[in-house]
Design a protein around this ligand. Structure first.
Ligand SMILES: Cc1ncc(COP(=O)(O)O)c(C=O)c1O
Length: 356
């Protein structure tokens, strides 16, 4: 339960919460796909027909040049993907709010052996200008060498990069001999919000490697590294295994992606979660004294509440305090959040604020 600072936590586990989209369960179609894959003996480590079919679906969405490496979790996807782009004296430029910087327990630093250069941003988003200021010391043996720009889509604060913003970063990175990595734990939410396909954030936009998230979109433990051939792409098979991210019974993770990538279930789930976040933002900001800290562009709502109101509300609703200094709280909507859930939280917010 640690993808944000300032733990919740109320006790009511029997209902849907707004703590995180990974508090949700598994989408029924995803569960059914796993059950359907649970027959017979089949080759391990991804050589089975379900995994092959899932790779085909990834290629349909991301393009024929996409190479797919299914892994267990998002931290692993980021570490394995970045590893294929970096040598130990090379650095990753990322937003200071990036999951790789604040929520992965130093896994990138430990397993890549590389420095993360964290850049403050107003909205979780890097720009070529921000990156240019951080990409210093090129050619100087005393400095780490900037090699990768890493962005998160949608960002940790619920904003989205437009396609042209990703393209600009890709062009900047490539123009400076660097690579563009995209942490897409919530790429589905961004693509749904922007009404584009997943492939809009692949090689066409200049992305070299991305992490594609299944878990927050209705899967159970399924994430993937998608590489478009840059850097040490040919080493990814080996890096995944060495990084302990190669599932032997891969068919069950692959089945989850096959379900999400068929008939655009990924989009339906993401659109729904985004819509619920919008409803929540609209409802909460109608309450006097509540304002938004960031624009709501995906499935996260970041709101400013007085600390006393937050404490009271957390007795009833588990959610994270995002920033203890400012009092910003985070509410995440999921594929299974209902309008009643949202309206219940809005009512509770109205009650605690009225009592302030
Ligand atoms: C932006 C982002 N990246 C990656 C992850 C993946 O994390 P995990 O290793 O918990 O699957 C998360 C999960 O919270 C996330 O929010």
């Amino acid at each position: 339960m640690t993808d944000a600072v300032g733990g919740p936590v109320a006790t009511g586990m029997s209902r849907r919460t707004f703590a995180s989209d990974n508090w949700a369960g598994v989408h029924p179609d995803v569960m059914a796909a796993m059950a359907a894959a649970n027959v017979d003996h089949t080759p391990a480590y991804g050589a089975d027909p379900v995994s092959q079919a899932a790779v085909g679906l990834f290629k349909q969405h991301f393009g024929e040049d996409a190479e797919v490496f299914v892994v267990f979790n998002g931290t692993g996807a980021n570490v394995v993907g970045l590893q294929s782009l970096l040598r130990p004296f090379e650095a990753v430029i990322c937003a200071d709010s990036a999951h790789i910087n604040v929520d992965e327990c130093g896994a990138p630093e430990r397993f890549l052996g590389s420095k993360l250069v964290a850049v403050p941003t107003p909205d979780g988003k890097l720009t070529p200008e921000l990156v240019a200021r951080a990409a210093r010391g090129v050619g100087d043996e005393h400095h780490v060498q900037p090699r990768v720009v890493s962005i998160t889509q949608s960002t940790e604060v619920g904003t989205c990069y437009r396609v042209d913003e990703v393209e600009a970063l890709g062009a900047w990175a490539h123009g400076h001999g660097m690579f563009l990595h995209l942490d897409g734990a919530r790429l589905s939410n961004a693509a749904a919000s922007l009404r584009v396909g997943l492939g809009a954030f692949g090689s066409a936009a200049g992305v070299d490697v991305l992490s594609f998230g299944g878990t927050k979109n209705g899967a159970m433990a399924a994430e993937a590294v998608v590489s478009f051939g840059a850097g040490g792409a040919s080493s990814l098979r080996f890096l995944r295994k060495q990084s302990m991210q190669l599932a032997s019974k891969m068919r069950f993770a692959s089945a989850q992606f096959a379900a999400l990538l068929t008939d655009d279930l990924w989009r339906a789930n993401a659109e729904h979660a985004n819509r619920m976040a919008r409803r929540l933002a609209d409802g909460a900001t109608r309450v006097p004294g509540v304002s938004l800290a960031y624009p709501v562009e995906a499935n996260g709502v970041f709101a400013l509440l007085p600390p006393a109101a937050t404490e009271t509300l957390q007795q009833e609703y588990p959610f994270y305090v995002w920033d203890e200094d400012t009092g910003v709280v985070r509410w995440m909507a999921s594929f299974d959040t209902t309008e009643d859930d949202v309206d219940g939280l809005v009512d509770a917010v109205a009650k605690v604020m009225a009592a302030q």
